[in-house]
Ligand binder design. Structure first.
Ligand code: ADP
Ligand code: MG
Ligand code: MG
Length: 914
């Protein structure tokens, strides 16, 4: 094979511009510059953890010095079939010399040894990547000299045994069990419970035994060459990029496979150097409530992830203030520095080595919905961010979560009295959850998928449990604190969680939870209050949230209101809905469904009698007069509640048979009466009713005699409704309350339908106003809920002052799909199979239904530029659909009162994102 000869000149040039695979933590400027100032590219090159370390170093935060091998090196290694790219290792050694200078210690040096951690870190934080190895660079000789240097034999062998185990498990793939089992046996033999109680001799012995375990499991000695240790660790990080867990995660999270991971090699700082040292994790603000106060846990005389591992019960960070005020002071200072630098709440890892604080990691902290809102508002008030950003940082999902139901205090108090409170733990993720206990993740997932509300119950959770946690309504653990795995994941996904409920005995093997003599079996119901940490057996009743107490949300939404262009109305049928809608910030009623008023118990018989009477008959009039009284009061109540805001009232919409009793029921009853034969009058009545119901029966009631068709066929009914509206309006105006009714005609297809209804409405309205001497400013408009109406919107606009898109029906009629028949059956299957991108009854179908909406807006406004256009289907409260409504130039969206806050935020997002 011919060997390509590289001319000498070219070769030297190559070395000159030789690619940099390695950077020092203080070289952030160089990296950034070489990547054209793009921080995203810096993150891609150095990984999330690495770029964070570089950035913290730049911000003047104390970070132990170190170096990062780039993700490009990882990719080159993998592409090379497992060979370090040219020059990479030389660059590592060169950079390590610089790190040694900064640290004032030397790697592989007996006199003054430098130990390092080897940490992986891809662009996006992802489970499955190699775990960190701490204390790398130790061997028997170095350990002995460290004992002399530090005078702390206990510390040295604690560090050494950790290295042997971590290196063994992470780099060589040895299981943790043999190490843990041995450690437990030593503790048992010494009669101690926790690691801190073991002394220097113990750790020395343990280290020796760990090396024996290592040799047995790995088939070779634990390497005494620090450089060899380093090389193996770096390779292991590179390889972990293509490990199965990492690939699975990337597939699930849609992360590309060609990013690679960086390797961070960092000077060790020691939290296990006695009582003046420690380690911990903290949030710069409370991640559950958002309160501006350091929040987290720490352990004195501990290392690495001891805090999260639940080996000892950590101390809340507030304890640091007492224990070591100087360090706490440093911490407060650094927290504020970090927050100003990142302009966000941070989640940090730190270590205190003999009274000096070091930061080891920072990232934007995960938080609950409640915390997200408060932090956004307070950061804007502190002028760290502006109001637009504050509004954009809170997601509609946050608002939905915040307004979730809570447990009823009274029901809770009663349950306590009855001894149903079985334990209290850490209130790790707020919310009220009721469900059946499941003792493992797979079962939790299975039941969750079968639409069963589940509380996943575990001593603690691990990354492998996440699928079950996501399918659960609540999570309960007996170990771990507010920063444990369960707590962090639960907060991130808004699942209520109580953790560290120590009193509960969770026996996963036998699938029971015991406390005292009480036993909770798998499948039994539990109630978990993630806001207070309480755990109950059985179900506790839940109540709606109290919006008026959500002061931060109210403030945030008031800012959102200044950014949005869309109005936000509510669909409200009763005065109580209207009042709630206003409290939640609605600016009008976009849909008042009058038929709901007809369904009320005392009214239904009158409605039925009215339907059975002949159109235009005296009986019809008599029954309508009775209904008029009710309707008057309904409208009076709603108008009053809305106090001058527009109220859009839809005249009777559903097919009449909906008001009638069920035919089969009547038939059964008639048969019974015939059999008895003693109540002939009753029998006649029932038979007549049956007959009437038969007469009203339609093959396709949704496409039958309904909406304006009914209003036209039964003009007296329309007249009664209009009269009720105007009499109520005139009365209120006399009482000094302005009223703006907008009367809406439903299910229209042809402009003549609107025309004829308009004439009728205007006639009655004028009559009432003349009689009362009041002038009510009102509008008449139509719903657009049939494709034809949308297409001839210009003609519709001639008789309509407003349009309201009834997108539930418009979606049904555009698709030709009956929602009630489809959702439970093929529609969701369609979505799951990817046939449809989403359920069009949930998220507005922009391509089809949305096209009709845009067309109708355009054609309608051509004829009537001031035409008011809104949406009153359920899509009016759905964030994606709201963004569409904004773009389509609608004037307002109208949704259920509970969704008004979400809609206000979503409308602001739509405006701010443009
Ligand atoms: P993870 O991505 O799992 O959080 P990390 O690399 O952040 O892994 O490290 C695991 C633990 O070791 C953390 O508690 C971290 O703070 C600690 N740690 C990492 N590097 C050092 C170091 N150089 N000195 C002291 N502790 C360290
Ligand atoms: Mg970890
Ligand atoms: Mg970390």
């Amino acid at each position: 094979m011919a060997v390509a000869v590289v001319p000498p000149k070219k070769r030297s040039q190559q070395t000159l511009v030789s690619k940099r695979w390695v950077f020092l933590f203080d070289e952030v400027e160089q990296v950034e510059e070489s990547l054209g100032g793009s921080w995203d590219k810096v993150r891609a090159l150095l990984g999330g953890k690495g770029s964070g370390l570089f950035d913290m170093t730049r911000a003047g935060v104390p970070v132990p010095p170190g170096l990062t091998i780039t993700t490009e090196a990882c990719n080159a290694y993998l592409a090379n079939g497992g060979k370090f790219p040219e020059n990479m290792w030389d660059q590592v050694l060169e950079a390590l010399k610089e790190v040694e200078k900064k640290a004032g210690k030397k790697f592989n040096d007996v006199e003054n040894p430098l130990l390092v951690s080897v940490r992986s870190g891809a662009k996006f934080s992802m489970p499955g990547m190699m775990d960190t190895v701490l204390n790398l660079g130790m061997n028997d000789t170095i350990a002995e000299s460290m004992v002399k240097l530090t005078g702390d034999e206990r510390f040295v062998y604690d560090a050494y045994r950790r290295l042997v185990q971590m290196f063994g498990s992470v780099v060589m793939g040895i299981a943790d069990e043999p190490f843990e089992e041995y450690l437990t046996s030593v503790k048992r033999a010494r009669g101690v419970k926790s690691d801190v109680e073991l002394n220097a001799d113990d750790w020395k012995e343990i280290t020796a035994e760990f090396k024996i375990i290592y040799r047995a499991e790995a088939g070779e000695e634990f390497s005494q060459d620090p450089y060899h240790q380093l090389e193996l660790a770096v390779e292991a990080v590179f390889k972990s990029w293509n490990g199965k867990r990492a690939i699975d995660y990337r597939n699930a999270a849609n992360i590309p496979h060609d990013l690679g991971t960086a390797v961070n090699i960092q000077t060790m700082v020691f939290g296990n150097m006695g009582e003046g040292s420690g380690t911990g994790v903290a949030f710069t603000r409370n991640p559950a409530t958002g309160e501006k106060k350091l929040f987290g846990d720490f352990l004195m005389n501990a290392q690495g992830e001891d805090v999260v591992a639940g080996i000892r019960t950590p101390v809340p960070i507030a304890g640091l203030e007492k224990e070591n005020p100087a360090v706490y002071e440093q911490f407060v200072d650094i927290a504020s520095k970090l927050e100003h630098h990142y302009r966000n709440m941070q989640d940090v890892e730190f270590t205190i080595e003999r009274g000096k604080l070091w930061m080891l990691q920072t990232r934007d902290g995960k938080r609950t919905a409640r915390a997200a809102v408060r932090i956004a508002v307070e950061m804007a008030q502190e002028e760290v961010i502006n109001r637009e950003e504050a509004v954009l940082r809170v997601t509609p999902q946050n608002v939905i979560q915040l307004l979730h139901p809570q447990f009823d205090d009274l029901a809770k108090a009663a349950a306590k009295k009855n001894g149903r409170l079985i334990g209290t733990g850490v209130n790790a993720s707020p919310g009220a959850a009721v469900g059946v206990a499941a003792f493992d993740a797979d079962l939790a997932e299975k039941w969750g998928k079968a639409k069963r509300a589940v509380i996943m119950v575990r001593p603690e959770t691990k990354p492998d449990d996440v699928h079950g946690m996501l399918a659960s309504s609540g999570i309960l653990t007996s170990h771990g604190g507010a920063t444990s795995h369960a707590a962090v994941v639960a907060r991130q996904f808004g699942v209520p969680c109580v953790c560290g409920a120590e009193a509960l005995n969770i026996d996963v093997r036998n699938r029971v939870l015991t406390v005292g003599d009480l036993t909770v079996r798998e499948g039994d119901t539990l109630s978990v209050d993630g806001s207070t940490g309480e755990v109950f057996v059985g179900e506790i009743e839940r109540i709606e949230p109290n919006f008026s107490k959500e002061t931060y949300l109210i403030k945030l939404l008031s800012w959102a209101d200044t950014f949005r262009r869309l109005g936000v109305y509510a669909n409200a049928d009763y005065p109580v809905d209207a009042r709630r809608a206003r409290e939640y910030g609605a600016e009008g009623v976009g849909l008042c469904r009058t038929e709901h008023m007809f369904f009320q118990e005392e009214r239904l018989p009158i409605v039925q009698a009215m339907i059975l009477s002949e159109a235009g008959s005296e009986e019809e009039t008599r029954n309508l007069e009775k209904l008029l009284v009710f309707q008057h009061d309904d409208f009076y109540g709603i108008f009053k509640a809305m106090d001058g805001q527009p109220v859009i009232i839809r005249l009777l919409d559903p097919p009449l048979h909906e008001f009638m009793p069920d035919h089969e029921q009547l038939a059964l009853r008639a048969a019974g009466l015939r059999l008895m034969g003693d109540r002939p009058n009753e029998l006649t009545r029932v038979e007549e009713l049956m007959h009437a119901v038969e007469g009203l029966k339609e093959f396709n009631p949704m496409l039958g005699l309904r909406g304006c068709r009914l209003g036209i066929e039964r003009p007296a009914l329309t007249a009664m409704q209009v009269r009720a509206i105007f009499e109520a309006a005139c009365q209120l105006q006399k009482e000094g309350i302005q009223v703006h009714p907008e009367i809406m005609v439903a299910v229209t297809n042809h402009e003549n339908e609107v025309k004829i209804m308009r004439e009728l409405i205007e006639k009655v309205a004028t009559e009432v106003m003349t009689r009362t001497g009041e002038t009510v400013v009102y509008k008449i408009g139509t719903m657009i809920e049939l494709p034809r109406a949308a297409i001839i919107a210009d003609k519709m606009a001639e008789y309509s002052e407003f349009f309201s898109f009834g997108t539930n029906d418009l979606t049904q009629t555009t698709y030709g799909i009956s929602r009630d028949d489809a959702e439970g059956k093929f529609l969701l299957d369609y979505v799951e199979r990817g046939l449809l991108p989403s359920n069009p009854f949930q998220i507005l179908d922009e391509e089809g239904v949305g096209y009709l909406i845009k067309l109708a807006v355009e054609r309608g406004r051509k004829v009537r530029p001031e035409l008011e256009v809104g949406i009153c289907g359920e899509h009016g409260g759905e964030p994606n659909s709201i963004a569409f409504c904004h773009r389509a130039g609608l004037n307002y969206v109208s949704c259920s009162p509970f969704r008004v806050p979400v809609a206000r935020l979503a409308a602001a997002h739509a405006a701010l994102k443009g």
